[in-house]
Write a protein that binds this ligand. Structure first.
Ligand code: HEC
Length: 125
């Protein structure tokens, strides 16, 4: 009886935390698709791959960041005062996957931001 109560309450807690669930999926996507360039802790490689941890670009340019994950990017950009002019290839992710990976990077390594929903991604396609 007590066990069932614990199981039910942890089920409810999970259901009630959509950001946490999205971040868990995003964490796996990050390891598979992003970590090779942006590194496990989001630190990037100075002047080659920009950081995501405490990135002023990611914090301020919400839509442009989603667009980069959707379409890739090769425009010069400045992140935390350092210039990057590399090339990020487009990744073939669904709206849900883009939202999940955004929620992971925007709420990890000291970052904090409101939740991105699949509909926000769809609106930018
Ligand atoms: C092949 C290496 C590579 C991979 C893989 C990659 N990126 Fe990038 N990313 C870059 C480069 C290079 C830039 C800078 C592009 C430019 O100069 O226009 C960038 C820029 C960004 C930016 C905006 C700048 C910043 O640091 O805030 C975000 C956000 C981002 N990437 C997120 C992701 C996410 C999320 C994934 C995985 C879904 C990913 N990247 C996969 C190389 C990569």
């Amino acid at each position: 009886m007590f066990g069932a109560f614990i199981a039910l309450s942890s089920f409810l807690t999970k259901q009630n935390d959509p950001l946490k669930e999205s971040m868990e999926r995003g964490s796996n996507l990050y390891a598979a698709h992003c970590q090779s360039c942006h590194m496990a802790e989001g630190a990037g490689i100075p002047s080659v791959f920009p950081p995501l941890a405490k990135s002023d670009y990611l914090e301020k340019n919400v839509e442009a960041s989603i667009l980069i994950v959707l379409n890739g990017g090769s425009e010069p950009m400045t992140v935390n005062g350092v210039e990057y002019n590399g090339m990020m290839t487009a990744l073939d992710l669904t709206d849900q996957e883009v939202a999940d990976v955004m929620n992971y990077i925007k709420n990890s390594w000291g970052n904090k931001a409101p939740m991105v929903k699949p509909q926000d991604v769809r609106n930018l396609r």
